[in-house]
Design a binder for this molecule. Structure first.
Ligand code: C2E
Ligand code: CA
Ligand code: CA
Ligand code: CA
Length: 287
């Protein structure tokens, strides 16, 4: 009977309970990974569509697991948010990105890179020490406030007064806020009035298929309608735009026709190490 009880418990955890168990293990392992330096930051260039000049960069975290290889953030950021580990993890990405950006500016000059961005999750915006962490990262690295972009999503922003106060305080410091994955939320439009965004990042889902001719005249092309509306609205409000997930030259061309000047995506450049990004800036300087 004992044996069978144990077996059914095992079956249960391997079945329904598995995702929960996996997340708990992941959460514990993440703490160790952070301490052991297994989390690394890669940088994806953000380019001007007209001439592919680098104007910015987005920091993206990777987990170099000793046995499982490189794990994508989509797999461990949710666990980090649930366990609260996103706060120290995010602080690490923040400090790393600020130091790296300051180093690039020192080496390649003030025109090499306009700004460096990173992702901030809801939990971080709720952390009472967040503004102090950002201030310390800027002071310690010497990166000017106006060079830092904090990317936030709609769900993170719509979290009440405390988060709103934090966002306004960051804006007052001169830090630029970007609305990430724009257009995917339920209240994207009212959001633009409700918080001090400087940049709108058009979600990849609106870039996918944008180059496909649906047979209608360009002005009526359904695939292009959202992308066009977003860029027009952004410009009317004085916001900058970035088109995300640009995977082909055809997409880049359509986006330019619609009014986008800046893009990010595999067609333009993949996420790369800090060293590789330095090579890119060096090549751009001597071009
Ligand atoms: P995101 O902020 O929307 O970042 C863009 C994601 O799209 C990145 O995935 C990037 O590698 C990928 N990407 C860029 N260009 C293309 C393209 O042309 N095609 C396709 N298919 N994908 C493209 P990644 O690095 O796996 O990150 C996934 C998400 O994880 C991010 O989405 C962000 O929400 C989150 N994340 C990554 N790093 C951090 C971090 O340091 N902190 C927090 N809180 N979240 C992070
Ligand atoms: Ca982002
Ligand atoms: Ca502002
Ligand atoms: Ca995004």
């Amino acid at each position: 009977a004992k044996q069978r009880g144990k077996a059914s418990f095992v079956r249960y955890t391997e079945g329904m309970g598995e995702p929960v168990l996996a997340h708990m293990q992941l959460g514990g392992e993440l703490r160790r990974a952070l301490d052991d330096g297994e989390l690394r930051v890669v940088y994806q260039p953000i380019l001007r569509l007209a001439d592919h000049r680098v104007i910015g960069v987005e920091a993206l975290v990777r987990w170099h697991h000793p046995t499982r290889g490189v794990i994508s953030p989509a797999e461990f950021i949710p666990a980090a948010e649930r366990t609260g580990l996103i706060v120290p993890l995010g602080r690490y990405v923040l400090r790393e990105t600020c130091h790296q950006a300051a180093a690039w500016l020192a080496e390649y000059g003030p025109d090499a890179l306009e700004e460096a961005g990173l992702n901030v999750s809801a939990r971080q915006l709720h952390d009472p020490d967040f503004v102090a962490d950002v201030t310390a990262a800027l002071t310690d690295s010497g990166l000017p406030c106006r060079r830092l972009v904090l990317e936030v999503t709609e769900s993170a922003v719509l979290r009440g007064q405390q988060v709103s106060r934090t966002l306004y305080e960051l804006d007052r410091m001169g830090i630029r806020l970007a609305l990430d994955d724009f257009g995917t939320g339920e209240s994207s439009l009212s959001l633009l009035r409700a918080f001090p965004a400087a940049i709108v990042k058009l979600d990849k889902s609106f870039v996918d298929g944008i180059e496909i001719d649906d047979g209608r005249p360009a002005a009526a092309d359904a695939r292009q309608a959202v992308a066009r509306a977003v860029v027009q609205l952004a410009h009317a409000l004085g916001l900058d735009t970035v088109a995300e997930g640009v995977e082909s030259a055809e997409q880049a061309a359509v986006l330019r026709d619609l009014g986008y000047t800046v893009g990010q995506g595999y067609h333009l450049a993949r996420p790369m190490t800090a060293g590789e990004f330095g090579v890119l800036l060096d090549r751009q300087r001597s071009a």
